[in-house]
Design a protein around this ligand. Sequence first.
Ligand SMILES: [Zn+2]
Length: 444
Amino acid sequence: MSTDLLLRRAETAPGFERDLAIEGGRIVAQPGPGEHVEIDVAGRPVVPGLTDHHIHLLATAAARDSLDCSPTALAAAGGLAALLCDARARRPEGWLRGVGYDVAASGPLDRTRLDPLGVGPVRIQDRTGIRWMLDGAGLAEVLPPDPDEWPAGVERDGAGRATGVLTRLDRWLGERIPRQAPDLAGLGAWLAARGVTSVTDAGAGNGPDELAALAASGLPQRVTAMTRDPDVTAPDGIALGPVKILLDDAGLPALDDLAARVRAAHDAGRAVAIHSVSAASLVLALAAGVDRRDRIEHASLVPDDVLPVLVEAGPLVVVQPALVRTRGDRYLAEVPVEDHRGLHRLGSFVGAGLRVRAGSDAPYGDPDPWLGVAAAADRRTAGGQVLGAAEALTPGGAVRLWCDTLVDDVVVLDAGWDRLGDSPPVHAVVVRGLWAPTGSQRVP
Ligand SMILES: [Zn+2]
Protein backbone atom coordinates (compact mmCIF):
# COMPACT_ATOMS: atom_id res chain seq x y z
CA MET A 1 0.00 0.00 0.00
CA SER A 2 1.49 3.34 -0.98
CA THR A 3 1.38 5.99 1.70
CA ASP A 4 0.20 9.46 0.92
CA LEU A 5 2.28 12.35 2.14
CA LEU A 6 1.34 15.71 3.56
CA LEU A 7 4.25 18.13 3.74
CA ARG A 8 3.22 20.78 6.30
CA ARG A 9 4.44 24.37 5.92
CA ALA A 10 6.20 23.88 2.57
CA GLU A 11 7.43 27.16 1.10
CA THR A 12 6.67 26.51 -2.57
CA ALA A 13 7.57 30.05 -3.64
CA PRO A 14 9.44 32.78 -1.75
CA GLY A 15 7.15 33.94 1.06
CA PHE A 16 4.36 31.49 0.13
CA GLU A 17 3.76 28.62 2.54
CA ARG A 18 1.24 25.83 1.99
CA ASP A 19 0.59 22.21 2.89
CA LEU A 20 1.62 20.03 -0.02
CA ALA A 21 -0.21 16.75 -0.50
CA ILE A 22 1.35 13.95 -2.57
CA GLU A 23 -1.01 11.05 -3.21
CA GLY A 24 -0.11 7.96 -5.23
CA GLY A 25 3.09 9.75 -6.24
CA ARG A 26 1.27 12.80 -7.62
CA ILE A 27 1.00 16.30 -6.23
CA VAL A 28 -2.70 17.06 -5.65
CA ALA A 29 -4.39 20.41 -5.09
CA GLN A 30 -6.31 19.25 -2.00
CA PRO A 31 -5.47 16.34 0.33
CA GLY A 32 -8.04 13.53 0.05
CA PRO A 33 -9.81 11.98 3.04
CA GLY A 34 -7.40 9.02 3.43
CA GLU A 35 -4.52 8.57 5.86
CA HIS A 36 -1.45 10.77 5.25
CA VAL A 37 2.03 10.62 6.67
CA GLU A 38 2.47 14.18 7.89
CA ILE A 39 5.90 15.78 7.79
CA ASP A 40 6.47 19.30 9.04
CA VAL A 41 9.11 20.85 6.78
CA ALA A 42 9.01 24.04 8.86
CA GLY A 43 8.90 26.62 6.10
CA ARG A 44 11.77 25.14 4.10
CA PRO A 45 11.79 25.89 0.36
CA VAL A 46 10.26 23.02 -1.60
CA VAL A 47 11.22 22.98 -5.28
CA PRO A 48 10.40 20.52 -8.05
CA GLY A 49 12.67 17.47 -8.18
CA LEU A 50 15.68 17.99 -10.42
CA THR A 51 16.16 15.93 -13.57
CA ASP A 52 19.57 15.33 -15.03
CA HIS A 53 18.40 15.25 -18.64
CA HIS A 54 21.69 13.89 -19.99
CA ILE A 55 23.92 11.61 -17.96
CA HIS A 56 25.81 8.38 -18.64
CA LEU A 57 24.99 6.43 -15.49
CA LEU A 58 27.13 3.32 -15.97
CA ALA A 59 30.22 5.31 -17.00
CA THR A 60 29.70 7.81 -14.17
CA ALA A 61 29.38 5.05 -11.59
CA ALA A 62 32.50 3.34 -12.98
CA ALA A 63 34.47 6.60 -12.83
CA ARG A 64 33.32 7.17 -9.25
CA ASP A 65 34.62 3.71 -8.38
CA SER A 66 38.17 4.95 -8.94
CA LEU A 67 39.38 7.07 -6.06
CA ASP A 68 41.30 10.19 -6.96
CA CYS A 69 44.52 9.90 -4.93
CA SER A 70 46.25 12.97 -6.40
CA PRO A 71 47.90 15.34 -3.89
CA THR A 72 45.04 17.87 -4.23
CA ALA A 73 42.37 15.21 -3.69
CA LEU A 74 44.22 13.76 -0.69
CA ALA A 75 44.51 17.22 0.88
CA ALA A 76 40.79 17.81 0.37
CA ALA A 77 39.91 14.42 1.90
CA GLY A 78 42.15 14.87 4.94
CA GLY A 79 44.77 12.35 3.87
CA LEU A 80 44.98 8.91 2.30
CA ALA A 81 43.71 7.05 5.40
CA ALA A 82 40.57 9.23 5.60
CA LEU A 83 39.95 8.87 1.86
CA LEU A 84 40.23 5.06 1.93
CA CYS A 85 38.19 4.60 5.11
CA ASP A 86 35.40 6.80 3.72
CA ALA A 87 35.43 4.85 0.45
CA ARG A 88 35.25 1.55 2.33
CA ALA A 89 32.28 2.81 4.34
CA ARG A 90 30.46 3.53 1.07
CA ARG A 91 31.49 0.25 -0.56
CA PRO A 92 31.69 -2.50 2.04
CA GLU A 93 32.65 -5.25 -0.41
CA GLY A 94 35.30 -5.81 -3.07
CA TRP A 95 38.38 -3.98 -4.20
CA LEU A 96 39.09 -0.29 -3.68
CA ARG A 97 40.93 1.20 -6.63
CA GLY A 98 42.86 4.47 -6.39
CA VAL A 99 44.58 6.39 -9.17
CA GLY A 100 46.87 9.42 -9.49
CA TYR A 101 49.00 8.82 -6.37
CA ASP A 102 52.16 10.96 -6.43
CA VAL A 103 54.99 9.23 -4.56
CA ALA A 104 57.21 12.33 -4.67
CA ALA A 105 54.53 14.54 -3.11
CA SER A 106 52.66 12.10 -0.85
CA GLY A 107 55.42 9.71 0.25
CA PRO A 108 56.35 6.11 -0.53
CA LEU A 109 53.47 3.67 -0.37
CA ASP A 110 53.45 -0.08 0.23
CA ARG A 111 51.67 -2.65 2.38
CA THR A 112 53.33 -1.43 5.58
CA ARG A 113 51.36 1.81 5.23
CA LEU A 114 48.18 0.25 3.81
CA ASP A 115 47.72 -2.83 6.03
CA PRO A 116 47.14 -0.94 9.33
CA LEU A 117 44.14 0.82 7.73
CA GLY A 118 42.30 -2.49 7.39
CA VAL A 119 40.39 -1.36 4.28
CA GLY A 120 41.66 -3.98 1.84
CA PRO A 121 41.76 -5.34 -0.67
CA VAL A 122 43.05 -2.09 -2.10
CA ARG A 123 45.21 -1.17 -5.08
CA ILE A 124 46.54 2.30 -5.83
CA GLN A 125 48.16 3.30 -9.08
CA ASP A 126 50.93 5.86 -9.08
CA ARG A 127 50.66 9.02 -11.15
CA THR A 128 52.83 7.68 -13.98
CA GLY A 129 50.76 4.52 -14.35
CA ILE A 130 53.88 2.35 -14.05
CA ARG A 131 53.35 1.08 -10.51
CA TRP A 132 50.51 -0.37 -8.46
CA MET A 133 50.72 -0.41 -4.66
CA LEU A 134 48.69 -3.15 -2.94
CA ASP A 135 47.93 -4.03 0.66
CA GLY A 136 48.34 -7.52 2.08
CA ALA A 137 44.72 -8.51 1.45
CA GLY A 138 45.10 -7.45 -2.18
CA LEU A 139 48.39 -9.34 -2.58
CA ALA A 140 46.79 -12.48 -1.14
CA GLU A 141 44.16 -12.35 -3.87
CA VAL A 142 46.50 -11.93 -6.83
CA LEU A 143 49.88 -13.54 -5.99
CA PRO A 144 50.38 -17.27 -6.55
CA PRO A 145 51.20 -19.00 -3.21
CA ASP A 146 54.58 -20.15 -4.55
CA PRO A 147 56.96 -17.14 -4.73
CA ASP A 148 58.83 -18.88 -7.57
CA GLU A 149 55.76 -18.25 -9.72
CA TRP A 150 55.68 -14.49 -9.06
CA PRO A 151 56.40 -12.43 -12.17
CA ALA A 152 59.33 -10.04 -12.35
CA GLY A 153 58.08 -6.68 -11.13
CA VAL A 154 56.80 -7.98 -7.79
CA GLU A 155 59.01 -6.08 -5.33
CA ARG A 156 60.37 -8.12 -2.39
CA ASP A 157 61.77 -7.03 0.95
CA GLY A 158 64.96 -8.42 2.57
CA ALA A 159 63.07 -11.48 3.81
CA GLY A 160 61.71 -12.22 0.33
CA ARG A 161 58.13 -11.11 1.11
CA ALA A 162 56.17 -9.01 -1.37
CA THR A 163 56.14 -5.33 -0.33
CA GLY A 164 52.98 -4.60 -2.29
CA VAL A 165 54.71 -2.60 -5.02
CA LEU A 166 54.11 -4.05 -8.48
CA THR A 167 55.98 -2.49 -11.39
CA ARG A 168 54.81 -2.73 -15.00
CA LEU A 169 52.28 -5.41 -14.11
CA ASP A 170 49.14 -3.49 -15.08
CA ARG A 171 47.91 -6.11 -17.54
CA TRP A 172 48.86 -9.05 -15.29
CA LEU A 173 46.98 -7.46 -12.40
CA GLY A 174 43.94 -6.69 -14.53
CA GLU A 175 43.64 -10.37 -15.48
CA ARG A 176 43.60 -11.40 -11.81
CA ILE A 177 40.98 -8.98 -10.51
CA PRO A 178 37.33 -9.68 -11.28
CA ARG A 179 35.45 -6.87 -12.95
CA GLN A 180 33.06 -5.27 -10.49
CA ALA A 181 29.62 -4.05 -11.42
CA PRO A 182 29.67 -0.26 -11.05
CA ASP A 183 28.03 1.03 -7.88
CA LEU A 184 24.90 2.58 -9.39
CA ALA A 185 23.04 2.66 -6.07
CA GLY A 186 25.88 4.70 -4.55
CA LEU A 187 25.71 7.14 -7.46
CA GLY A 188 21.94 7.35 -7.06
CA ALA A 189 22.25 8.24 -3.37
CA TRP A 190 24.87 10.88 -4.17
CA LEU A 191 22.58 12.41 -6.81
CA ALA A 192 19.56 12.30 -4.46
CA ALA A 193 21.55 14.22 -1.87
CA ARG A 194 21.83 16.95 -4.50
CA GLY A 195 18.11 16.93 -5.28
CA VAL A 196 18.20 14.82 -8.44
CA THR A 197 14.99 12.78 -8.54
CA SER A 198 15.08 11.65 -12.15
CA VAL A 199 17.69 10.97 -14.78
CA THR A 200 17.87 10.41 -18.52
CA ASP A 201 20.61 8.01 -19.50
CA ALA A 202 22.09 9.18 -22.80
CA GLY A 203 24.18 6.10 -23.59
CA ALA A 204 24.55 5.82 -27.36
CA GLY A 205 25.30 2.12 -26.99
CA ASN A 206 22.34 1.26 -24.75
CA GLY A 207 20.80 -2.09 -25.62
CA PRO A 208 18.91 -4.75 -23.66
CA ASP A 209 21.93 -5.51 -21.39
CA GLU A 210 22.46 -1.90 -20.34
CA LEU A 211 18.74 -1.39 -19.76
CA ALA A 212 18.61 -4.53 -17.61
CA ALA A 213 21.61 -3.28 -15.57
CA LEU A 214 19.88 0.07 -15.02
CA ALA A 215 16.62 -1.64 -14.04
CA ALA A 216 18.43 -3.81 -11.49
CA SER A 217 20.54 -0.95 -10.16
CA GLY A 218 18.56 0.12 -7.11
CA LEU A 219 18.71 3.76 -8.22
CA PRO A 220 16.21 5.81 -6.21
CA GLN A 221 15.62 8.08 -9.24
CA ARG A 222 13.10 7.66 -12.01
CA VAL A 223 15.14 6.48 -14.99
CA THR A 224 14.57 7.17 -18.68
CA ALA A 225 17.03 5.53 -21.05
CA MET A 226 17.92 6.33 -24.63
CA THR A 227 18.78 3.36 -26.82
CA ARG A 228 20.93 2.60 -29.83
CA ASP A 229 18.19 0.88 -31.84
CA PRO A 230 14.53 1.84 -32.27
CA ASP A 231 13.12 -1.67 -31.65
CA VAL A 232 13.86 -2.18 -27.97
CA THR A 233 11.44 -2.91 -25.17
CA ALA A 234 12.19 -1.37 -21.80
CA PRO A 235 12.29 -3.54 -18.68
CA ASP A 236 10.04 -2.69 -15.73
CA GLY A 237 11.05 0.51 -13.99
CA ILE A 238 12.77 2.05 -17.02
CA ALA A 239 11.06 4.52 -19.32
CA LEU A 240 12.12 4.38 -22.94
CA GLY A 241 13.71 7.64 -24.13
CA PRO A 242 14.67 8.67 -27.66
CA VAL A 243 16.93 6.78 -30.03
CA LYS A 244 20.42 8.24 -29.55
CA ILE A 245 22.33 9.22 -32.68
CA LEU A 246 25.89 10.32 -32.21
CA LEU A 247 27.19 12.64 -34.93
CA ASP A 248 30.97 12.48 -34.97
CA ASP A 249 32.49 15.51 -36.65
CA ALA A 250 35.44 13.45 -37.82
CA GLY A 251 33.09 11.40 -40.01
CA LEU A 252 29.62 12.85 -40.49
CA PRO A 253 27.13 10.52 -42.21
CA ALA A 254 25.57 11.28 -45.58
CA LEU A 255 22.35 13.28 -45.30
CA ASP A 256 20.28 10.44 -46.82
CA ASP A 257 21.62 7.92 -44.30
CA LEU A 258 20.90 10.16 -41.34
CA ALA A 259 17.45 11.03 -42.67
CA ALA A 260 16.71 7.30 -42.99
CA ARG A 261 17.70 6.68 -39.36
CA VAL A 262 15.54 9.58 -38.16
CA ARG A 263 12.61 8.25 -40.22
CA ALA A 264 13.09 4.70 -38.92
CA ALA A 265 12.92 5.95 -35.33
CA HIS A 266 9.84 8.06 -36.04
CA ASP A 267 8.16 5.14 -37.82
CA ALA A 268 8.77 3.02 -34.71
CA GLY A 269 7.07 5.68 -32.62
CA ARG A 270 10.34 6.89 -31.12
CA ALA A 271 11.95 10.31 -31.03
CA VAL A 272 15.62 10.82 -31.82
CA ALA A 273 18.22 12.56 -29.68
CA ILE A 274 21.05 13.80 -31.84
CA HIS A 275 24.44 14.53 -30.33
CA SER A 276 25.69 17.74 -31.95
CA VAL A 277 28.68 19.78 -30.82
CA SER A 278 29.34 21.68 -34.04
CA ALA A 279 27.49 23.94 -36.47
CA ALA A 280 28.03 21.43 -39.30
CA SER A 281 26.46 18.52 -37.41
CA LEU A 282 23.55 20.70 -36.29
CA VAL A 283 22.78 21.84 -39.83
CA LEU A 284 22.95 18.20 -40.96
CA ALA A 285 20.60 17.05 -38.17
CA LEU A 286 18.07 19.76 -39.00
CA ALA A 287 18.21 18.90 -42.69
CA ALA A 288 17.65 15.21 -41.82
CA GLY A 289 14.16 15.88 -40.52
CA VAL A 290 14.58 16.51 -36.78
CA ASP A 291 11.36 18.06 -35.51
CA ARG A 292 9.46 19.04 -32.36
CA ARG A 293 9.29 15.50 -30.94
CA ASP A 294 13.09 15.15 -31.09
CA ARG A 295 16.04 16.40 -29.07
CA ILE A 296 19.36 17.99 -29.87
CA GLU A 297 21.98 17.05 -27.27
CA HIS A 298 24.59 19.71 -26.38
CA ALA A 299 24.04 22.21 -29.25
CA SER A 300 27.35 23.58 -28.01
CA LEU A 301 27.98 25.76 -31.04
CA VAL A 302 25.07 27.51 -32.75
CA PRO A 303 26.00 30.42 -35.06
CA ASP A 304 23.56 33.35 -35.34
CA ASP A 305 22.36 32.30 -38.80
CA VAL A 306 21.60 28.71 -37.70
CA LEU A 307 19.62 29.70 -34.60
CA PRO A 308 16.41 30.61 -36.54
CA VAL A 309 16.58 27.26 -38.39
CA LEU A 310 16.82 25.46 -35.08
CA VAL A 311 13.89 27.44 -33.67
CA GLU A 312 11.83 26.66 -36.77
CA ALA A 313 12.42 22.90 -36.38
CA GLY A 314 11.65 23.23 -32.65
CA PRO A 315 13.38 20.21 -31.04
CA LEU A 316 14.02 20.13 -27.31
CA VAL A 317 17.57 21.37 -26.76
CA VAL A 318 19.49 19.72 -23.93
CA VAL A 319 22.43 21.82 -22.74
CA GLN A 320 25.29 21.40 -20.25
CA PRO A 321 25.75 24.77 -18.53
CA ALA A 322 28.41 23.45 -16.11
CA LEU A 323 30.83 23.05 -19.03
CA VAL A 324 31.18 26.84 -19.06
CA ARG A 325 32.71 26.49 -15.60
CA THR A 326 34.79 23.36 -16.14
CA ARG A 327 35.91 23.83 -19.76
CA GLY A 328 35.27 27.53 -20.41
CA ASP A 329 38.89 28.61 -20.09
CA ARG A 330 39.88 26.10 -22.76
CA TYR A 331 37.05 27.27 -25.07
CA LEU A 332 38.15 30.88 -24.70
CA ALA A 333 41.73 29.92 -25.54
CA GLU A 334 41.03 27.48 -28.39
CA VAL A 335 37.77 28.47 -30.09
CA PRO A 336 38.05 31.31 -32.65
CA VAL A 337 36.81 34.59 -31.14
CA GLU A 338 34.09 35.00 -33.79
CA ASP A 339 32.51 31.73 -32.59
CA HIS A 340 32.42 32.67 -28.88
CA ARG A 341 28.92 34.15 -29.01
CA GLY A 342 27.52 30.88 -30.37
CA LEU A 343 29.10 28.75 -27.62
CA HIS A 344 26.88 27.04 -25.04
CA ARG A 345 23.97 29.40 -25.57
CA LEU A 346 21.28 29.64 -22.94
CA GLY A 347 19.52 33.00 -22.68
CA SER A 348 19.27 33.37 -26.46
CA PHE A 349 17.79 29.83 -26.75
CA VAL A 350 15.15 30.58 -24.11
CA GLY A 351 14.51 34.04 -25.55
CA ALA A 352 13.97 32.58 -29.04
CA GLY A 353 11.24 30.33 -27.66
CA LEU A 354 13.16 27.05 -27.74
CA ARG A 355 12.35 24.44 -25.11
CA VAL A 356 15.60 24.01 -23.19
CA ARG A 357 16.57 21.42 -20.57
CA ALA A 358 19.88 20.76 -18.88
CA GLY A 359 22.02 17.78 -18.00
CA SER A 360 25.50 17.13 -16.70
CA ASP A 361 26.89 14.80 -19.39
CA ALA A 362 28.68 13.09 -16.50
CA PRO A 363 31.24 11.54 -16.39
CA TYR A 364 32.43 13.98 -19.10
CA GLY A 365 30.98 16.83 -17.02
CA ASP A 366 30.53 17.24 -13.26
CA PRO A 367 27.37 15.40 -12.10
CA ASP A 368 26.48 18.07 -9.49
CA PRO A 369 23.39 19.90 -10.85
CA TRP A 370 24.03 22.92 -8.63
CA LEU A 371 27.35 23.56 -10.33
CA GLY A 372 25.37 23.78 -13.57
CA VAL A 373 22.79 26.11 -12.01
CA ALA A 374 25.54 28.39 -10.73
CA ALA A 375 27.36 28.43 -14.07
CA ALA A 376 24.10 29.08 -15.95
CA ALA A 377 23.53 32.11 -13.74
CA ASP A 378 27.04 33.59 -13.66
CA ARG A 379 28.58 32.17 -16.90
CA ARG A 380 31.94 32.14 -15.19
CA THR A 381 34.84 29.88 -16.11
CA ALA A 382 36.94 28.20 -13.42
CA GLY A 383 39.59 30.83 -14.18
CA GLY A 384 37.11 33.62 -13.39
CA GLN A 385 36.46 34.85 -16.94
CA VAL A 386 32.92 35.38 -18.22
CA LEU A 387 31.80 33.45 -21.32
CA GLY A 388 28.75 35.01 -22.99
CA ALA A 389 27.40 37.28 -20.23
CA ALA A 390 24.23 37.85 -22.31
CA GLU A 391 23.44 34.11 -22.11
CA ALA A 392 23.09 34.14 -18.30
CA LEU A 393 19.78 33.19 -16.66
CA THR A 394 18.51 34.07 -13.19
CA PRO A 395 19.17 31.30 -10.62
CA GLY A 396 15.43 30.49 -10.61
CA GLY A 397 15.38 30.36 -14.40
CA ALA A 398 18.46 28.15 -14.33
CA VAL A 399 16.87 25.67 -11.88
CA ARG A 400 13.92 25.33 -14.26
CA LEU A 401 16.27 23.78 -16.87
CA TRP A 402 16.63 20.80 -14.51
CA CYS A 403 12.90 20.48 -13.95
CA ASP A 404 10.39 18.38 -15.76
CA THR A 405 6.79 19.48 -15.79
CA LEU A 406 5.50 15.90 -15.84
CA VAL A 407 7.24 14.84 -12.63
CA ASP A 408 5.64 15.09 -9.19
CA ASP A 409 8.82 14.65 -7.19
CA VAL A 410 10.07 17.44 -4.95
CA VAL A 411 13.22 18.59 -3.19
CA VAL A 412 13.14 20.08 0.31
CA LEU A 413 16.03 22.50 0.74
CA ASP A 414 17.85 23.33 3.95
CA ALA A 415 18.59 26.90 2.87
CA GLY A 416 16.76 30.02 1.76
CA TRP A 417 15.74 30.89 -1.79
CA ASP A 418 18.73 33.24 -2.05
CA ARG A 419 20.99 30.17 -1.98
CA LEU A 420 19.51 28.66 -5.18
CA GLY A 421 22.54 29.60 -7.26
CA ASP A 422 24.98 28.49 -4.58
CA SER A 423 24.66 24.70 -3.99
CA PRO A 424 21.90 24.81 -1.36
CA PRO A 425 22.01 21.85 1.07
CA VAL A 426 19.26 19.33 0.39
CA HIS A 427 17.12 18.26 3.36
CA ALA A 428 15.17 15.50 1.64
CA VAL A 429 13.74 14.41 -1.67
CA VAL A 430 10.36 12.88 -2.40
CA VAL A 431 10.44 10.41 -5.30
CA ARG A 432 7.26 8.54 -6.34
CA GLY A 433 5.66 9.70 -3.10
CA LEU A 434 8.48 8.30 -0.94
CA TRP A 435 10.17 10.64 1.53
CA ALA A 436 13.94 10.14 1.39
CA PRO A 437 16.03 12.19 3.81
CA THR A 438 19.58 12.95 2.63
CA GLY A 439 22.90 13.51 4.35
CA SER A 440 22.88 13.48 8.15
CA GLN A 441 19.14 14.17 8.36
CA ARG A 442 17.48 10.80 9.10
CA VAL A 443 14.06 11.52 10.67
CA PRO A 444 11.28 10.66 10.44
ZN1 LIG B 1 26.77 12.54 -23.43
